[in-house]
Each structure stands twice: as structure tokens, then as C-alpha cells.
Design a protein around this ligand. Structure first.
Ligand SMILES: [Zn+2]
Ligand SMILES: [Zn+2]
Length: 259
């Protein structure tokens, strides 16, 4: 199983218009890993492909990676950065003659209405869906900005993904036991915690508690230093605080494998 990270950024893509700070300057360089689109991933196993989230960048993300097959879509939540590209996804479905099942909660229908080519499947936290060769478990996480806003993480075998997280409730932590590869929110840099999002140290705590082998930090935002600096610091941090844990800072286009 492989997850292709189509986007690893926060609610606003990086670089931002009119910015001249170190991160945005670095992100403007060609092929910079500091450049981040809205978070999304394509999880593939055998012939099955599952898209996680469809934010405003989804058209570019699917086109630039030449994605020709999607069997189902999972939405973390109904906010714009995760679901604002549903209309584009509907166009993609029409162009490919497909009807895409979209696994989500009722808030998505209330906010955006229905789209041709997209078939909502409403799920409850704790439920499981079989999609092709993959079995997906839907797990409640606490949203960063609005703690009560319905937000999901996903477990697929020994892989799990949760990109907009303030904290992981106890029942979800229990359901994540045995996960080896965890792609998790770390939106704000260490002391720069804001709006409830996780920071690298808090994400590492969850990873250590769960005993995961590989933690991938995603949805990383504008309080981070440029990618290469952040990555060097995090490698050092992991060596001293969490030896044995493989810690990666996600970047757009990264491939995360899980056997
Ligand atoms: Zn900036
Ligand atoms: Zn949100």
C-alpha cells in the first residue's frame, strides 16, 4: 500500500500572496519543498485507489499526478480546505464517466449540496467500509478550530491518516492501536501553537504512545521554518526524544509506503 501525498499544506496554500518572509521566499523557488497545496492524499493498493480530501487545489493535484482512476473519496470534514473542490471533482467524474462514492458526514451535503457524478455515503465514526481491496475505518478526531465540527481520520490496515486535528479522543486512540504508519497533523511549529492544531512534539507524543514505526507530519503551516531547516531540526529532535521512531516531514508529492 502506498499513499501519495498530493498536498501537505494548511488551509491557505504556501507561498501566500504578497509575503516576503523566509518560508514564502523559499517556497517561491522552483521545486521547493516549502511549497504546499491544501492537504490531500491518494492511497493505492493493488488496483484500488482512494482519494482523501478534495480542497480547492484538487484539479491541479489530480492533473499534475495524472490520476486516471479513483474508486472512492474520503473527506476529513466539510471545510473549504478539505471539501471546497467537490465541483472540480464532479467534473473529473464526468470526464472519466465515473460515479464516485464520497464517504463523508451530513455537514458536507448541507454546505455544498449534491453534485452530478458524486454519490454521498454518510458514515459514522467507528464504521468500516470495504472499498475494493481496502477496508477503511472512520474515526472521530477533534477539529482544530471548532472542536465540535464533525471531523474524521481514517485507518486502512496498518496505515492511518488524520490531517486536521486538535486532539485524538480516547476511543480513536484505542482504534489506532497496531498502526505502523501514521500521517498526522502538525500544523503549527513547536511553541507557535494556535487554534488548537497539533505541533510536532504533540504528534510525536501520540506516535510514541501508539508505538507507530513511521510518523509523517502533514498540514504543516506558515509558522514553520523553510522545509530543509524544519526537516533537519525534526531529525535531530526525533533522535534525541524518540529514538526508534522514524519521523518525516511531509512534502507535496511524497510517497509513503506501508506493507
Ligand atoms: Zn509567508
Ligand atoms: Zn477545518
Amino acid at each position: 500500500m502506498e499513499a501519495l501525498l498530493l498536498g501537505t499544506g494548511p488551509a491557505e496554500a504556501i507561498p501566500r500572496i504578497g509575503h516576503d518572509d523566509a518560508l514564502c521566499r523559499d517556497a517561491m523557488k522552483p521545486h521547493s519543498k516549502s511549497r504546499r497545496l491544501r492537504s490531500a492524499a491518494l492511497v493505492r493498493s493493488g488496483e484500488t485507489a482512494i482519494l482523501i480530501d478534495a480542497g480547492p487545489d484538487i484539479g491541479y493535484q489530480l492533473a499534475s499526478h495524472r490520476v486516471q482512476k479513483i474508486d472512492a473519496v474520503l473527506l476529513t470534514h466539510a471545510h473549504l480546505d478539505a471539501a471546497g473542490g467537490l465541483r472540480t471533482l464532479s467534473d473529473w467524474a464526468s470526464a472519466h464517466g465515473a460515479v464516485l462514492p464520497v464517504y463523508t458526514e451530513q455537514a458536507t451535503l448541507r454546505r455544498y449540496g449534491a453534485f452530478p457524478g458524486l454519490a454521498y455515503r454518510f458514515v459514522k465514526s467507528g464504521a468500516t467500509a470495504k472499498i475494493g481491496s481496502m477496508s477503511v475505518r472512520f474515526l472521530r478526531v477533534r477539529h482544530s478550530l471548532l472542536p465540535g465540527f464533525p471531523t474524521l481520520g481514517f485507518r486502512i490496515g496498518r496505515f492511518a491518516y488524520a490531517s486536521d486535528v486538535a486532539s485524538i479522543p480516547a476511543p480513536t486512540l484505542k482504534s489506532l492501536q497496531g498502526v505502523r504508519t501514521l500521517v498526522l497533523d502538525a500544523a503549527f511549529w513547536f511553541e507557535r501553537k494556535f487554534r488548537g492544531h497539533l505541533t510536532p512534539d504533540l504528534s510525536v507524543k501520540y506516535a510514541l504512545w501508539l508505538g507507530v514505526e513511521h510518523l509523517v507530519l502533514t498540514q504543516t503551516g506558515h509558522t514553520y521554518p523553510p522545509h530543509h531547516e524544519a526537516e533537519a531540526f525534526l531529525k535531530h529532535y526525533a533522535r534525541s526524544r524518540a529514538p526508534g521512531l522514524k519521523l518525516s516531514l511531509a512534502h507535496d508529492g511524497m510517497r509513503v509506503k506501508q506493507a
